[in-house]
Write a protein that binds this ligand. Structure first.
Ligand SMILES: Nc1ncnc2c1ncn2[C@@H]1O[C@H](COP(=O)(O)OP(=O)(O)O)[C@@H](O)[C@H]1O
Ligand SMILES: [Mg+2]
Length: 226
């Protein structure tokens, strides 16, 4: 099996005055191409930290992160932002949409950063919104959409640059359970099309629909689910 992400003995330490917090403590982990993985663990156990590090939004204090067998240690911020833009799509609990922009404009943002021209941007963003079932909501702003619709916009935005890897930190955490299951259906469909997906959840029934459940506790892997 091909590895998309490897964490090799990763620690992430926060210093708060005199206090030292090991948000991650010697974590080693592989995520394989085409897999669907959930991460579970109590609040404060390091789930968001591990997602940020997998997604190159944050870098380890110690250890190495390999993306497509390329070590990211020592990469410049420019190289890391290129990886984030092209290889990874992010979905967050609270959607992180820009409030003054329409659904369509929100989905176009990663394409803007990638230097795609306006006409193609619009076409690709529309295609993605159709893909997530929002063809009739493209001109709506976030405050004119339901929670589930906002998360679909965020998923369309995560997908629009055609990344191999989708990272979702509690994507259903702000949704009711029916809407949460609908969002999960979307992830299952994307996984069947070949996307590698890692998501954090507190919902054991959603987690158990995955091939693999990673359990983390106190910044360490309790069970890597393999
Ligand atoms: N920016 C930060 N500064 C200091 N400590 C942090 C910071 N971010 C997270 N932590 C600490 O790291 C630990 C893991 O946090 P986090 O990864 O957000 O956990 P989870 O997502 O599982 O709730 C917690 O103890 C948290 O307080
Ligand atoms: Mg978190």
């Amino acid at each position: 099996m091909k590895e998309v992400i490897v964490l090799d003995d990763v620690s992430r330490i926060y210093r708060m005055g005199d206090e030292i917090v090991y948000a991650l403590n010697h974590v080693s982990l592989c995520i394989y191409d085409g897999s669907l993985t959930s991460i579970m663990g109590p609040s404060g156990s390091g789930k968001s930290t591990i997602m940020s590090i997998i997604g190159c939004l944050d870098v380890p204090t110690y250890g190495h992160v390999l993306i497509d067998v390329e070590d990211t240690s020592g990469m410049s911020e420019k190289d890391l932002s290129y990886i984030r833009n092209r290889k990874i799509g992010f979905v967050f609990q609270h959607f992180s949409l820009l409030p003054k922009m329409s659904a369509l404009e929100n989905v176009e943002i990663p394409l803007l950063y990638a230097g795609v021209r306006p006409k193609e941007r619009r076409e690709r963003a529309e295609e993605m919104l159709v893909r997530v079932g929002l063809s009739d909501r493209m001109k709506h702003r976030p405050n004119e959409l339901s929670g589930g619709q906002k998360q679909r916009v965020a998923i369309a935005r995560a997908l629009v640059n055609n990344p191999r890897l989708i990272l979702a930190d509690e994507p259903t955490g702000a949704l009711d359970s029916t809407t949460g299951h609908e969002v999960m259906e979307l992830f299952h469909g994307l996984n069947e099309e070949g996307k590698t997906i890692v998501f954090v959840t507190h919902d054991r029934s959603l987690a158990s629909e995955c091939q693999r459940i990673i359990s983390i506790r106190d910044g360490g892997i309790e069970d890597d689910g393999l």
